[in-house]
Design a protein around this ligand. Structure first.
Ligand code: HEM
Length: 207
């Protein structure tokens, strides 16, 4: 068992990930409350939801910048660098494993190693989430927070509306990512193994 354990998530990644998860959950809950609740009977009182959303958003931006810096100066960033050559083939093999292989107890086509801790599908989704969706979330969120009046004055009410719709759309896709992320995290050696890993740092292999 011991030699099956790989140290994949150093403390800094675990702390970043924990903060990231808490903040995103806060943003989803306060965001949904602002968007959908009955103004007379809101899930969270409207002005409280707005403050919560603004503060959590700002801390998320700082936490994100630390993540990007960490990935730039440490080796963790290499896990996010996608090799385009043969990508489609690798994605298909992993997809086949997720849809059939897993249920037939086949061996994973891309077993977890220290050099490659993400399988191709994980790598692509983590890259899209962290390097595409998160920046889009900030690019649409920060202007509404700091220069809503400015956007309205310069480009009219329509521009504010477009920014808002884009922000909500990105938020929707990130929420979708979270649900899928949680589901796929159950595909470890045991259903709870990966959740244990992101707390202890050690990946538990099969066998
Ligand atoms: C309740 C919330 C969450 C739980 C329980 C959770 C669980 C996990 C687990 C078990 C892992 C390790 C397995 C793996 O690498 O696939 C992981 C890694 C990761 N998660 Fe999450 N997650 C949560 C929220 C999020 C959110 C909101 C994001 C991004 C928006 C996210 C992004 C990531 C990334 C990028 C990694 C890989 C980190 C690295 O090693 O560089 N997670 N998560």
């Amino acid at each position: 068992m011991e030699n099956n354990k790989l140290y994949l998530y150093p403390a800094l990644i675990r702390i970043w990930h924990f903060l990231n998860a808490i903040l995103i959950l806060t943003l989803i809950i306060s965001g949904l409350s602002m968007q959908y609740s009955d103004p007379l009977k809101p899930f969270i009182q409207f002005d409280v939801a707005v403050s919560l959303h603004n503060i959590a958003g700002l801390i998320l931006v700082v936490n994100y910048m630390l993540f990007i810096m960490g990935n730039t100066i440490t080796k963790n960033g290499k896990h996010y660098r996608i090799q385009l050559k043969g990508l489609q083939d690798r994605l298909l093999r992993q997809f086949r494993y997720y849809t059939f292989g897993v249920f037939k107890h086949e061996n994973a086509p891309f077993p977890v190693t220290k050099k490659m801790k993400f399988n191709p599908i994980q790598q692509l989704t983590y890259f899209m989430t962290m390097y595409v969706m998160m920046p889009l979330l900030f690019i649409t969120g920060l202007p509404m927070l700091f220069s809503g009046a400015f956007i309205r004055q310069l480009l009219g009410n329509g521009a504010f509306f477009v920014t808002d719709i884009l922000h909500i759309t990105v938020g929707f896709f990130l929420s979708l990512f979270l649900v899928i992320h949680l589901y796929f995290c159950t595909f470890g050696a045991k259903p709870y193994s990966n959740f244990k890993s992101i707390v202890t740092g050690y990946h538990e292999g099969h066998h």
